[in-house]
Design a protein around this ligand. Structure first.
Ligand SMILES: C[S@@+](CC[C@H](N)C(=O)[O-])C[C@H]1O[C@@H](n2cnc3c(N)ncnc32)[C@H](O)[C@@H]1O
Length: 262
C-alpha cells in the first residue's frame, strides 16, 4: 500500500508544498449532487483527506463534514487548522477499506489520486462496499485522478510542488526515479523527495511507495463486481459541462459513482 511515511507524517510540510485552492472542486461536488438528486448537499465524507482542504471548505459552507485519513498526524493537523478557522468538522483516523460512520452521508469524495494506495481489485472492492454502506440511498461518490493524458504506463511523468510559509520553504519532487507502471500489476514504484529549508538548514526526506494506475473502464468493472456501486458519469475536469475527453489542459479524470439501484 502506498504510504509515503516521510511526507504524510509531516502534514505541516505537505500543506506548505501541496496546499491549493479547492473551491471549484467543492462547488463541482455540490452542484453535481444537486443536479442528480434535486436536493441540496447536506453531509459529506472526505476520504484520504490529508490536511482536510475539502472537508474544511464544505464545513465552512454549512455542510456537515467529516475528514478521514490513515495517518493520525494528518487528521490532527486538519483538526487544528479547522479549530484555528473556527470551523466545525469531524476527523477520523482510519483505513479507507474499513470504516463506519455513525450516520450515512450524502456524498463521499476521494481527491487528488488518493485511491492509488489500493494495490489490487480486492482492496478496491472492499473499499467500494464500505463506501456504499456509508452513503445515503441516493448518495454520490466522487473520485479524482490524474487525467490519462498526463500520465502513462511507460512513462509515469514527474511532478514538482513547491511552497513557502513563515520562512519555511518546502519542495516536493514526485517520481524522481522515472518510474513506469508494471504491465501486469499496474503498480509503479515511486520515489518522492521532500526538501525542507527552515531556519537556515536544509533537510531531505526520501520516500518510496507503490502507486496503482486506474482506468475508467476498470473502475466501472470493479464497481460492478462490488455489487454495491456503479459508474454514473465521467468528467474531464471539475466542470459539469466537460466530458472525459482528450481535450487540452487543465484536465483531471473525475468519476461519479452511485449506489446500485440509483
Ligand atoms: C495525495 S494525499 C491526498 C490528500 C488530500 N486528499 C489532498 O487533496 O491534498 C493521500 C492521502 O491518503 C492517505 N492514505 C493513504 N492510504 C490510506 C488508506 N488506506 N486509508 C485512508 N487514507 C489513506 C495518506 O495518509 C494521505 O494523507
Amino acid at each position: 500500500m502506498a504510504e509515503f511515511n516521510e511526507l504524510y507524517a509531516r502534514a505541516q510540510y505537505y500543506d506548505i508544498a501541496l496546499g491549493r485552492d479547492i473551491r471549484r472542486e467543492v462547488r463541482f461536488v455540490t452542484d453535481l449532487f444537486r443536479s442528480l438528486t434535486g436536493r441540496p448537499l447536506g453531509s459529506v465524507l472526505e476520504i484520504a483527506c490529508g490536511p482536510g482542504y475539502h472537508t474544511r471548505a464544505f464545513a465552512k459552507a454549512g455542510v456537515t463534514a467529516t475528514g478521514l485519513d490513515l495517518r493520525p498526524e494528518m487528521v490532527a493537523f486538519a483538526g487544528q487548522r479547522a479549530r484555528e478557522d473556527g470551523v466545525n468538522a469531524t476527523w477520523i483516523a482510519a483505513d479507507m477499506r474499513d470504516f463506519t460512520l455513525p450516520k450515512p452521508v450524502d456524498a463521499i469524495i476521494t481527491m487528488y489520486d488518493a485511491l492509488d494506495c489500493l494495490a489490487d481489485q480486492d482492496d478496491v472492492i472492499a473499499h467500494f462496499r464500505n463506501v456504499a454502506a456509508n452513503l445515503t440511498p441516493d448518495g454520490l461518490y466522487v473520485l479524482e485522478f490524474t487525467h490519462p493524458h498526463d500520465t502513462g504506463f511507460a512513462d509515469y511523468g514527474s511532478f514538482r510542488y513547491e511552497g513557502e510559509r513563515d520562512g519555511t520553504r518546502v519542495i516536493v519532487e514526485w517520481a524522481t526515479n522515472n518510474p513506469s507502471y508494471h504491465p501486469l500489476t499496474m503498480i509503479a514504484d515511486v520515489e518522492v523527495v521532500m526538501r525542507v529549508i527552515e531556519g537556515g538548514k536544509e533537510r531531505t526526506f526520501v520516500d518510496r511507495a507503490s502507486e496503482r494506475m486506474f482506468t475508467t473502464p476498470e473502475i466501472a468493472a470493479v464497481a460492478r463486481l462490488s455489487g454495491a456501486l456503479r459508474l454514473d458519469r465521467a468528467f474531464g475536469d471539475f466542470d459539469l459541462a466537460r466530458p472525459l475527453d482528450a481535450g487540452p489542459p487543465p484536465r483531471r479524470m473525475i468519476l461519479a459513482l452511485r449506489p446500485v439501484g440509483r
